[in-house]
Design a protein around this ligand. Structure first.
Ligand code: URP
Ligand code: ZN
Ligand code: ZN
Length: 479
């Protein structure tokens, strides 16, 4: 199958150009001056389909490097399966995800890795890779890390929070980081001080402060800053490259910036929720159905931060200065009915997570509309750098000959209504939207995944199982 995308503006991280893009089978065959002929042939006359992208952007498919499809967590499972979550991602212009294989204490990481393959294989609409969560840093896990790197799992997430669930103590973290320093794996960190948070949670509950708002209050920025600093110091001690996930506090970002300024290999991501949503939104949230439990819709960790403290402004700034390099979603959806409502009367029992895999490209495009970031930076943060960071650049994250034909045609004059209310339908398996009522500029028109048109004008044309596992190399930011 040959497809020629004509008349569009190709946007790569390096800049924009008027160009036609020829897709041949799985790959991008050529990026051509508009209306080109090749070896005397009229290119348009030699293809199966010509897609007119006049007035639109032609961008590399989005890469969401932080998702949790059907994750067992908080006494339940994240509500999107690999099937529903990747289909929703496709609708939003994301053509690759990197999901986290979960290991709880006592479990064998290689068994868990196989289990994740069983969950994903034959179900995904788009291509996928895996990171591995390490919970109790067993000696066998350390040896298995080498094996996993050969399998294309080159990044490992540790947690400084969720005691008794995921938390690793500093000694365990150092052990895992020593291994990362040796084999080149990127060590990812959930940086929040779990002991402090557990104490504050108990104190709020004891005082009868049980509504979702207290989730955020009990996870203050100091707990994020302290853990971020500690993670950086432990990485410094061991020489391991470090990637801090879901950064929300400006003080944590300052720690990252300082470490980067000294030349340490510290990288970080933020997520759409930390750019647009705030603790005050959560406090003020109320509905006829849920009363003040409405705020449970936005319970995630790290939590939403106070808008009066300037965190959002600093996140945008960090994205411009490259102290934050990646925007992922941390897609971890739960329904209100039967899942989030486990925390009625006790916020600590609300499963933590927000679902956004479908909306990341649109939401971050608003940064271009608002003048916070440039068009190429939008592509860099959502596709090119995730590809480089996680070892798939060249195949993914760029419109260039030889790359996988993961291509999105994005209409800057289009409009997107987000949510599940009247006239809106999202595709994530959630009974609410954290972004209900967002009316935004821009629209994902057409999505190609390795040359196959899988979304056209809001219609899904793909099939479950189209997506394939990709083995990743080591981070391309490391030498
Ligand atoms: O609230 C969140 N972030 N849930 C998913 C687990 C994690 O820490 O990433
Ligand atoms: Zn986390
Ligand atoms: Zn996560």
């Amino acid at each position: 199958m040959k497809t020629l995308i004509t008349g569009g503006t190709v946007v790569n991280a390096t800049g924009t150009a008027q160009a036609d893009v020829l897709l041949d089978g799985d790959t991008i065959a050529a990026v051509l001056a508009p209306g080109s002929t090749l070896l005397g042939f009229d290119v348009a006359g030699n293809v199966d389909e010509v897609v007119d992208a006049t007035g639109k952007y032609v961008i590399p498919g989005g890469i969401d490097a932080h998702t949790h499809m059907e994750m067992p967590f908080g006494g339940t499972f994240a509500s999107d399966t690999f099937e529903t979550g990747t289909r929703a991602a496709a609708h939003g212009g994301t053509t690759s995800i990197i999901d986290f294989v979960v290991q709880y204490a006592g479990e064998n990481i290689l068994d868990q890795y196989q289990l994740w393959h069983e969950k994903a294989a034959g179900n995904c609409a788009i291509d996928y890779g895996f990171h591995q969560i390490l919970s109790d840093v067993q000696d066998s896990s350390l040896t298995a890390m080498d094996e996993l790197i050969n399998e294309g799992v080159t990044s490992f997430k540790l947690f400084m929070a969720y005691k008794g669930v995921f938390l690793s103590d500093d000694g365990q973290i150092v052990k895992a980081m020593q291994k990362g320093a040796q084999n080149g794996a990127l060590m990812m960190m959930h940086a929040e001080n779990g002991s402090v948070i557990d104490l504050l949670v108990q104190q709020h509950i004891a005082r009868g402060e049980t509504t979702p708002f207290y989730h955020g209050v009990s996870r203050p920025w100091q707990a994020e800053e302290e853990a971020t600093h500690r993670a950086i110091m432990l990485a410094n001690l061991t020489g391991a490259p470090l990637y801090i996930v879901h950064v929300s506090a400006k003080e944590a970002l300052a720690q990252i910036t300082q470490a980067r300024d000294t030349g340490q290999n510290v990288f970080a991501e933020t997520c759409p929720q930390y750019l647009y949503l705030s603790l005050e939104d959560q406090l003020g949230a109320s509905s006829a159905e849920w009363g003040d439990f409405e705020g449970a819709k936005w319970v995630c960790s790290t939590p939403l931060r106070s808008k009066h403290e300037g965190h959002q402004h600093h996140m945008w700034q960090g994205l411009r200065t490259n102290d934050l390099q990646v925007i992922s979603t941390d897609h971890c959806p739960f329904c209100m009915k039967g899942q989030k409502d486990m925390g009625l009367g006790d916020f600590s029992k609300i499963p933590n997570g927000i679902g956004s895999v479908e909306h990341r490209m649109d939401l971050i495009y608003q940064g271009v509309v608002m003048g916070e970031i440039t068009l190429p930076r939008w592509v860099e943060l959502t596709s090119t750098t995730p590809a480089r960071m996680f070892g798939v650049y060249g195949k993914k994250g760029v419109i260039q000959p030889g790359a996988d034909a993961d291509v999105v045609i994005y209409d800057p004059n289009g409009h997107t209504s987000i949510g599940i209310g009247e006239g809106r339908t999202h595709h994530m398996n959630m009974d609410y939207s954290a972004w209900e009522g967002y009316e935004i500029d821009g629209h994902v028109d057409t999505v190609f995944s390795r040359g196959r048109k899988i979304v056209d004008d809001n219609t899904y044309l793909g099939r479950k199982g189209d997506g394939a596992y990709f083995k990743r190399g080591l981070s391309q930011y490391l030498i």
